[in-house]
Design a protein around this ligand. Sequence first.
Ligand code: FHN
Length: 425
Amino acid sequence: MNRKERTKWFLDDRFGMFIHWGLYAIPARGEWVRSVEKISNEDYEKYFEEFNPSHFNPKEWARAAKAAGQKYAVLTTKHHDGFCLFDSKLTDYKATNTPAKRDLIKEYVEAFREEGLKVGFYYSIIDWHHENYPAFGDRNHPMRDNENFRKKQINFDQYLEYMHGQVRELLTNYGKIDIMWFDFSYDDMTGEKWKATELIQMIRDIQPDIIIDNRLGGNIKSSNPEIYAGDFYSPEQIVPPGGILDENGEQVPWEACITLNDNWGYHSKDKNYKSPKQVIRTLVECVSKNGNLLLNVGPDARGIIPQESLGILQEVGNWMQRNGESIYRCKAAKLPKPEWGRYTQNGNKLYAHVFDRGIGPIYFAGLKDKIKKARLLADGSELKIETPWMAEQYSDIESGAFINLEGARLPDENDTVIELELVED
Ligand code: FHN
């Protein structure tokens, strides 16, 4: 399979759940707590010794994702703190050795597959726990300026053997995996520093159809990208204004990953949540620019997704239930962004996402005589295409079409979707 074939399902599905979960849920100050507070392995050990997420039920997570309209998920198998949620034979620093005594990844894979979602693994190539990972002077390591680490000798090749070995375990022991989400390269820690070519060759041998993000390094936008440059671009906390094009101006698959509050991992004090409207409109914006949205949740130390997150996902799901056809299998339309919102398109179905009601009929520049019929997507009700009186006085109406929306307010203030069936060219 080539990249286009590998990513077809991904670009059809458009919407996934990101899940950041691990020991850092206990201090509950985000997943970078070790680096920010320069916590040593020894001082972090207490969280390992107590980790026992008594309420962890991945079936509930999977049901929440499915109800939200998410078609795939990506769970942290190991974050930068080095703690493995899976039963790795290469380390004792794993969930099966904590009071949890569970292979959390095995349970996640089974539960999400049972709900019909595709499963992805996030794997941190950074490892602040491993003895052979560079510490002193590293930009991010918790021990970056700890004098005890200045002269410590490491064998980075042994770390790479460990890292590659764990990727092999993950892609061998849990059945078909759909996404491998590496995180992240920086400074000279990129590309062949990770022995990335060898790593990708091993991955492709084990799971040839898996799709991989671009964070091993290289340049996915090159006209001749490295083998490890990835299958999709992974913008973070932003929707790339113009989507992502390669050097030849061709579309590059991309997925924006975004938090619901301001933290990936659980942060008990971070109540700065986005609104359902923001999430819905961000998803629409991604699709209108040929991209995906990977929306994050950070379960707490008990294994429970915060109620605020569940509430947002539920409202997004309500909208998706009625308007999902304007997201799934859709992409950018070949029309300029309209004043009142955005377009997405799937073949001869053009979806008008009306965010701003304005007053009077909605104007569709460039679509005169091109609309066969118009329906309110949410309930299938007919909408009339008609030119208002005195329209001949307006500028630029030669190419436009008008559709009437009853009432002064939008039927759905989050996003009112009009399905336009276009006349065949
Ligand atoms: O450092 C990580 C961060 O904790 C989080 O996992 C995000 C998600 O994409 N990636 C890195 C920051 O870019």
